[in-house]
Design a protein around this ligand. Structure first.
Ligand SMILES: NC(=O)c1ccc[n+]([C@@H]2O[C@H](COP(=O)([O-])OP(=O)(O)OC[C@H]3O[C@@H](n4cnc5c(N)ncnc54)[C@H](O)[C@@H]3O)[C@@H](O)[C@H]2O)c1
Length: 323
């Protein structure tokens, strides 16, 4: 039975990956400090409630458990907060990743899958953006991802690890069985906020910027269903176990929806209207962010199953009304 360690496995994306791994018979250990995740979302495996800064404890779990692969989701994820509190982001994302990698080295575990982000591209010049595009983040959150990728590249060159860094675009939707879904305490993602507005939990939804050079003036993003992303992790794991070389892969569908299109779809799916307020642009929001996914399709043979905005919103709504 394949043994896997998942950091941040009680969080939104990590818990969906744990579900897929559990359904496929993997033996799973989860480390999560529950700063944003929930133990109820860990449907398989053993959960250690632990902060990654506690390197000695992480090391003893690694030594005792001997996972073949580590999937690293744990981190701080709110872009705006990273601008106000950069040190928190460098410490938690970069500092604790280094501690984890040191513990892995000591425990002789050398396969690593990393949750990177399209934030590494900043405002890309080419759309859809390929992995070879220049990395020029526009906020500390994005820089933490670039720094970690750099560390991984150096470790790989030194022969210490092989890794897959998955650069996620906008992750959305929920488990289609409705067992788990996003668990953020203060959600900042558009689809979740729109659903909360539809539910009446938010008094209105804000649109930031309506004069972007896009088809309707609002930002365009590549929304990927969390279960397709979870599948990409499974394939990345198999790839590493089969001896695949270290690589960096975009995770997106290669098409985009504008903020207004998302809002219209949310109103259609929920059959509810809600108030929308137009605000000024936020600093550093790229007008369009769409993945070139040629490489992940080729390297992992990844085939998306849920490339439908309607399906993404339906599964997220099912989860939202249940909670
Ligand atoms: N959600 C997205 O659209 C998106 C896009 C790009 C990249 N990512 C990346 O994916 C990963 C997972 O994101 P998510 O959306 O599931 O967020 P999340 O907040 O739901 O999950 C992160 C999990 O890590 C845990 N955690 C944080 N710091 C920890 C620490 N020091 N020790 C132990 N546990 C800790 C949290 O409790 C939480 O359960 C993150 O690395 C994030 O940067 C997410």
């Amino acid at each position: 039975m394949l043994k896997v360690l998942v950091t941040g496995g009680a969080g939104y994306i990590g818990s969906h990956v744990v579900k897929i791994l559990g359904e496929r018979g993997c033996q799973i250990a989860v480390i999560d400090n529950l700063s944003s995740g929930s133990p109820k979302h860990v449907l398989y495996g053993n959960l250690w409630i632990l902060d990654l800064s506690q390197k000695d404890k992480v090391l003893s779990i690694l030594k005792e458990y001997q996972p073949e692969v580590v999937l690293h989701f744990a981190g701080s994820i709110v872009v705006e907060e990273s601008v106000k509190e950069p040190l928190k982001y460098y410490e938690n994302n970069v500092g604790n990743t280094i501690k984890l990698l040191c513990a892995m080295k000591e425990a002789k575990i050398n396969k690593f899958i990393f949750s990177s982000s399209a934030a590494v591209y900043g405002i890309p010049e080419v759309i859809p953006v390929p992995e070879t595009a220049e990395l020029k983040p526009i906020n500390p959150y994005g820089w933490t991802k670039v720094m970690i990728e750099r560390i991984l590249e150096d470790l790989s060159k030194a022969g210490e690890i092989t890794y897959v860094s998955l650069r996620y675009f906008n992750v959305a939707g929920a488990d289609k069985e409705g067992k788990i879904g996003p668990s953020y305490r203060k959600p900042t993602h558009l689809i979740i906020r729109a659903l909360k507005a539809a539910k009446g939990e938010l008094p209105f939804l804000e649109i930031y910027g309506t004069d972007y050079p896009t088809r309707d003036g609002t930002c365009i993003r590549d929304y990927i269903h969390v279960m397709d992303l979870a599948e990409a992790h499974f394939l990345a794991m198999e790839y590493l176990l089969d001896g695949g070389k270290s690589t960096v892969l975009n995770c997106g569908y290669g098409r985009g929806f504008s903020v207004r299109e998302v809002i219209e779809e949310v109103k259609k799916v929920t059959k509810r209207d809600f108030k929308v307020i137009e605000r000024e642009k936020r600093l550093g929001d790229p007008p369009v962010l769409i993945a070139d996914n040629t490489k992940i399709k080729k390297v992992l043979n990844w085939t998306p199953f849920y490339d439908s905005l309607e399906f993404i919103i339906k599964t997220a709504w099912k989860w939202e009304i249940k909670n």
